[in-house]
Design a protein around this ligand. Structure first.
Ligand SMILES: O=C[C@H](O)COP(=O)(O)O
Length: 222
């Protein structure tokens, strides 16, 4: 496997019993095996167990709550997420934003459970702030480009290079992903050219008529 990382966020695009998530995850696994590029998938909470137990690929939670075992209701409990088979979690996605204090607490909670952490950010300043909290990855995504089909690597390359530079300056151990509008091989190649180590993406693959073909195109230029 190369050090490039692709994380496919299924958001709430797939309705039904979770079979759709398993099918997309299986396509990710096949393309990862063929390309040698690590591909992870972030399904709905309730599909983590189904996906992780049926497909041998890294599964991420779409978020988690910084609560321990005990008197907490309606929270995404880290130990349940881990026991369901997740290896990591997104934190502070643009569609599930947290306060800075809760981002910090979520990173600590995930790290204590040995889950990888991907903190999403919306600009260079928040990438710098996130890097100071020491996650494994910062994933910079301008919200206006999310789901737009317009790749961040073309529309706003400076937010990627600026985040890479800021993160490196603040905490060189943190790696940078980028996302928003990424769907094609040229988008991933451009993202890597800009200094990120991979991409966080969703609609371009999940909503494609043939997600496996879309994934094959995504990795075709690396
Ligand atoms: O989590 C994924 C990002 O929000 C990007 O979404 P998108 O690929 O649909 O633009």
């Amino acid at each position: 496997m190369s050090s490039t990382l692709i994380v496919l966020n299924l958001k709430t695009y797939l309705e039904g019993t979770g079979e759709g998530a398993v099918k997309v995850a299986q396509a990710c696994k096949e393309v990862a095996d063929d390309s040698g590029i690590e591909i992870g998938v972030a399904p709905q909470f309730c599909d983590i167990y189904r996906v992780a137990s049926q497909v041998d690929l890294p599964v991420y939670s779409q978020s988690l709550d910084p609560v321990g075992a005990g008197s907490f209701t309606g929270h995404a409990f880290v130990q349940s997420i881990k026991d369901a088979g997740a290896v990591g979690t997104l934190i502070n996605h643009s569609e599930c934003r947290l306060t800075l204090a809760n981002i910090d607490a979520s990173i600590t909670t995930a790290r204590n459970a040995a889950l990888k952490t991907i903190v999403c950010t919306n600009n260079v300043a928040t990438s710098a702030a996130a890097a100071a909290l020491g996650p494994d990855y910062v994933a910079v995504e301008p919200p206006e480009l999310i789901g737009s089909g317009i790749p961040v690597s073309k529309a706003d390359p400076e937010v990627v290079t600026g985040s890479v530079e800021a993160v490196k300056r603040i905490n060189p151990a943190v790696q940078v992903l980028c996302g928003a509008g990424i769907s094609k091989g040229e988008d991933l190649a451009a993202a890597l050219e800009l200094g990120s180590v991979g991409v966080l993406l969703a609609s371009g693959i999940v909503k494609a008529a043939d997600p496996k073909a879309a994934l094959e195109d995504l990795v075709s230029k690396v």
